[in-house]
Design a protein around this ligand. Structure first.
Ligand code: SF4
Ligand code: SF4
Length: 273
């Protein structure tokens, strides 16, 4: 008698987010059939009302933790999952919603909601890794679907995902772009931003605003000095004096967007007030 082949079980979870990262999975139109042949999609409310209980082999998690119910649910996700992968800026670095941290939440809520008393919000919006152990973090706002497919296929065959760790600058060079920072004086975050978009913005003469979060070994303080027109530290090679491209307040805002809780961006933004 032939043994029944059991496929690995995939679950996709949403927390506070815009759904853009889940849409990137649905956007894998050509590859989705191949995925469903290899994987049982056991829980994915954005794609199907049919759900089946855990345990799951891989859980993909979108969004940040903003309510008490979120806190309980993410523990359940961890307990039910062999691998947990966070998707995008919300899940890995708090997302736009984390910009409220440290500010008056009640004031914001009263401006947005007719009945803010029904809200059950935590004082902060936090990334998934602040609550549970995470096995892999995929960056981007939204994520890149090729990187997602690479992570999924790597986990399913038991190898380490091969995701480029370099910066957007490398992608710019590969695309043959003229550097917008050097040639146009645009305050581009490409030197400190993780690869994944193929240098989308600089390819259209726009500065990168860091939606893929920090690159591995990023050096935000060196970029800040360059953007503010400051001299390099005396123990480093003398640089050519340059004009300031931004004022401090703009630099702070540049670093405090989608990935505001990414430690590399957060530390540097706090250094500027
Ligand atoms: S990371 Fe960006 S695209 Fe993904 S859910 Fe959050 S806001 Fe949406
Ligand atoms: S902001 Fe930067 S990381 Fe985001 S798409 Fe544009 S170039 Fe890519």
């Amino acid at each position: 008698m032939r043994a029944t082949r059991t496929r690995p079980r995939l679950a996709v979870w949403k927390f506070a987010s815009c759904d853009g990262c889940q849409l990137s999975l649905l956007d894998c139109e050509d590859e989705l059939l191949a995925i469903t042949e290899q994987v049982e999609i056991a829980y994915f409310l954005e794609a199907s009302r049919n759900t089946s209980p855990g345990p799951y082999d891989v859980s993909l998690v979108e969004g940040s933790i903003t309510t008490h119910e979120d806190e309980r649910r993410i523990q359940h996700v961890r307990e039910q999952s062999k691998w947990v992968v966070t998707l995008g800026a919300c899940a890995t670095a708090g997302g736009i919603q984390a910009l409220r941290n440290g500010r008056d939440l009640q004031e914001f809520a009263s401006l947005v909601y007719a009945h803010p008393e029904y809200l059950d919000s935590l004082a902060t919006s936090t990334p998934i890794a602040e609550h549970i152990r995470v096995d892999f973090e995929l960056r981007g706002c939204p994520i890149d679907k090729q990187q997602l497919l690479e992570v999924l296929s790597a986990l399913l065959i038991g190898r380490k995902p091969n995701i480029a760790a370099h910066s957007v600058c490398v992608e710019c060079k590969l695309a043959g772009n003229v550097c917008v920072l050097v040639s146009s004086g645009e305050p581009c975050l490409g030197p400190i931003t993780h690869a994944g978009c193929g240098a989308l913005c600089p390819s259209y003469d726009r500065a990168c605003y860091g939606c893929f979060g920090p690159a591995e070994a990023a050096n935000p303080s060196a970029l800040s000095r360059r953007l503010l027109g400051e001299a390099p530290p005396t123990d480093q090679r003398v640089d050519v004096p340059r004009d300031a491209l931004v004022k401090t307040a703009r630099l702070r805002r540049l670093l405090q967007t989608f990935n505001t809780l990414a430690p590399e961006f957060r530390k540097e933004s706090l250094r500027h007030g």
